[in-house]
Design a protein around this ligand. Sequence first.
Ligand code: MLT
Ligand code: MN
Ligand code: ZN
Length: 293
Amino acid sequence: MRIIILGAAAGGGLPQWNCGCGHCDAARAGRIPSMTQSSIAVSADGLTWAILNASPDIRAQLQATPALHPTGPRAVPLRSVLVTNGDIDHVAGLLTLRESQPFDLFATQTIHDALAANPMIAAVNPDHVPRRTVALDRTIPLAPGLTATLFAVPGKVPLYQEGAVVETGLIGETTVGVELRAGDRRALYIPGCAELPDWLRQRIAGADALFFDGTLWDDDEMIRMGLGRKTGRRMGHMPVTETLAALDGTPLGRRILVHMNNSNPLCDPSSPQSAEAEARGWQVARDGMEIAL
Ligand code: MLT
Ligand code: MN
Ligand code: ZN
């Protein structure tokens, strides 16, 4: 199995268009790596690919990734796109893929409903891009030799569906993790997760690779930095500090953090937090990073 990090950042990216924080300024100046928004590409045969989450940056991500370049006038190695929630950073890129190019669009019914409620998505013609509904805990083929199983993880509804009261530990079809299998390899992709209960830790245990929600290092870092009023938990993301502690004794192959917010000290490879994560066995994803299992 080959996995390419198309975008390692959370919604907004690094730098974020309206942010002049230390990280965003450093990324603009080239002192730390810029990161596009949350997406990975996966393949079992290296010839045909699935994309997990279609970020608003997908056009640039495809251009930067030779494995996904067209192989003929209207031929692409992309077989399918799967989305793990209805968040804008994970679905807005579907609009970029509206060129009557066939691929399967996989999601839970709840996520398909969220997409269908926006009339603009009709531009992604269902005759070419069939909406495939995936039930939780059922295994589906994503690309030749590659399967996916979706499972519920604690999360919340997308920002544009939030009402006055927001439940952040929703467990159902709103936010899912993905179990990827190719041959005897197993990888898990969980870019958004509000908490790590024991049943989820057991599901994760023993994977050859885990790609996990690295949005915020500390729950209140955005508030402390004057960048926002929300905690990570309010946004449906558990802090990395807790993730490291929760998974310390869990057997895993590679441990990789994805979906970093621009406030996260992990954006800076020379921060003490980056050193700590590494010392505890974790890698921080960067755009273009490739993992072979
Ligand atoms: C998130 O992961 O919390 C969302 O992408 C936030 C957003 O919709 O901008
Ligand atoms: Mn996000
Ligand atoms: Zn910033």
